[in-house]
Design a protein around this ligand. Structure first.
Ligand SMILES: [Zn+2]
Length: 257
C-alpha cells in the first residue's frame, strides 16, 4: 500500500481534510497578496491557481481549493438563504470541501454529504437511486453532477422526491451558453472524445440552455439565478466568480402538487 493510501485508511475524512488544509496553508504563503479574495475561506491572495481540463486562469483558491462556482454559491447561500441561520436539513452532493465544512459547522447533524467516492463525503449514495425516504430535506445542493450521471432523469426525480414540500434544490451544471439543445452523442465514450465534444474528460453530455426544461416537473418552480450580476465587474474579477458556463444556479422550490 502506498503511503498516501495508508494515511487515507487510518484517518477520518475530516482529519484528512484538515491535513490538506494544513499543507495548503504552506502553499498559500507563495500566493501572498490582495488581488484576489476567496469568500469560502475569507483569505486574500496574489492570484488563484489555474484549473480544468481546458485550463481556466485564476480558478482555484490556493488554500481551500474552492472554484468559481463554489465561491458564487457560498455568496448566494450566505446572502439569499436561511441555510446558515436556521436548522435546515440539508443534503449536499459532491461536496465542495470548504463549503461543506461551513455547512456542517452550522447545521451539525442536520447536514449530510454524499458522493460516489466514500472517501470524500459522509455517505456513498447513487443519486439515481437514493435510499432516503420521501420529503426529508429542506435543501438539496447538487452542483456539477448531472452532466456526469448516466440517467439524468432518474437523478432529478430522486432529488425532488427527497425534498420537502416548500424545500429548495440548488442545482447547476456546465452549460454551453451558445446552444439551446443539450449535446449527448451516443458514440462518444473515451476521455479524449468527451474532452473534444463536451469540454471535460468525464462529462457524459454538455448541457445547453434547455437545462431548465430538463429540470422541469409538474410539482416544481424553477428560477435561473445569475448571482454574479449582484456584483460589479471589479468584484467579479477579484473574487473570480466565473463566466456563467459553470455558475448559473437553478433554484427550485418543490410545490405541494
Ligand atoms: Zn479559499
Amino acid at each position: 500500500m502506498r503511503v498516501k493510501e495508508r494515511i487515507k485508511s487510518y484517518l477520518s475524512f475530516e482529519n484528512r481534510m484538515e491535513l490538506r488544509l494544513f499543507k495548503n496553508n504552506l502553499r498559500a504563503l507563495f500566493f501572498f497578496g490582495s488581488n484576489f479574495y476567496c469568500v469560502c475561506c475569507n483569505r486574500s491572495f496574489r492570484k488563484f491557481l489555474p484549473y480544468g481540463n481546458v485550463s481556466r486562469k485564476n480558478a482555484m483558491c490556493p488554500y481551500c481549493a474552492s472554484l468559481e462556482r463554489t465561491r458564487l454559491l457560498n455568496l448566494y447561500l450566505l446572502n439569499e438563504t436561511d441555510i446558515f441561520i436556521k436548522k435546515k436539513k440539508t443534503l449536499h452532493f459532491a461536496p465542495e470541501y470548504m463549503l461543506s465544512k461551513k455547512l456542517r459547522n452550522s447545521l451539525k447533524n442536520d447536514y449530510v454529504s454524499s458522493d460516489l467516492d466514500p472517501s470524500v463525503a459522509d455517505i456513498q449514495q447513487d443519486i439515481q437511486s437514493l435510499t432516503f425516504k420521501d420529503t426529508v430535506f429542506d435543501y438539496v445542493i447538487c452542483c456539477c453532477v448531472l452532466g456526469h450521471v448516466a440517467d439524468e432523469i432518474k437523478a432529478i426525480d430522486e432529488i425532488y422526491r427527497v425534498l420537502k414540500i416548500g424545500g429548495t434544490a440548488i442545482i447547476n451544471t456546465v452549460i454551453n451558453l451558445k446552444e439551446f439543445e443539450t449535446l449527448e452523442l451516443s458514440g462518444v465514450s473515451s476521455e479524449d472524445e468527451r474532452l473534444k465534444f463536451y469540454g471535460e474528460k468525464d462529462l457524459l453530455r454538455l448541457h445547453g440552455l434547455d437545462f431548465r426544461e430538463r429540470l422541469a416537473r409538474k410539482n416544481v418552480k424553477i428560477e435561473m439565478v445569475d448571482y454574479s450580476l449582484k456584483y460589479s465587474k471589479e468584484e467579479n474579477k477579484r473574487q473570480s466568480l466565473g463566466n456563467k458556463e459553470r455558475e448559473l444556479f437553478f433554484v427550485i422550490e418543490k410545490l405541494d402538487k
